[in-house]
Design a protein around this ligand. Sequence first.
Ligand SMILES: [Zn+2]
Length: 103
Amino acid sequence: MDLLRIWQEIDIKDVQEHILMADDLFGFCPGCKTPGLKLQDLHTCPTCKREFKYVTSKDARGGKSAEVVMRLKKKLPHLTFVDYDDYERLSSKNKAADLFKNM
Ligand SMILES: [Zn+2]
């Protein structure tokens, strides 16, 4: 399997509402903060029923990123892999924008 990173216009809110955080073994649902989710073919959060469409991983930064993404893609082929730094940057940018809106 070859992997190619593609830049795509996205709705950050949609990503925030449907993202799964994962490490090599387990997933974490940011919606209800449930840790330890089994990754294999995980489609929805068993606790809050969040539908997962995207996955990201802190481990996929730096030199080992392709290996980590490849392993996660095998367990979660239905999810779109989101770059962790991109996601964090956009999320915090959005948080700042929300802050100003309420001032
Ligand atoms: Zn959940």
